[in-house]
Write a protein that binds this ligand. Structure first.
Ligand SMILES: [Zn+2]
Length: 86
């Protein structure tokens, strides 16, 4: 029989569950879904092109999928559409 456990979910809505509050607090501080971390995941300029996530602001990701604390970050849904640029 499955055993019920207590777990904590991330306040930023990333879908993560952890068993201890302390570990979740650490996760939340670096969560890619937290707009305070200015990551590609919450950025207006992040879009999918042929299966790859591309930066519409032409930020060099240095081979990383997600950049944190990006200078060009614009909150998703509040900035310009990348297609409207140029
Ligand atoms: Zn999270």
């Amino acid at each position: 029989m499955p055993v019920e456990i207590k777990a904590y979910s991330c306040e930023h809505g990333c879908g993560k569950f952890l068993k201890t509050r302390a570990v979740m607090i650490k996760h939340e501080a670096r969560c890619l879904s937290d707009t305070a971390n200015r990551t590609c995941k919450t950025c207006e300029y992040d879009f999918m092109d042929n299966g790859d996530f591309v930066c519409g602001a032409d930020v060099d990701k240095n081979g990383h999928k997600i950049v944190k604390n990006c200078r060009s970050w614009v909150e998703n849904g509040t900035g310009l559409d990348p297609q409207d640029k140029e």
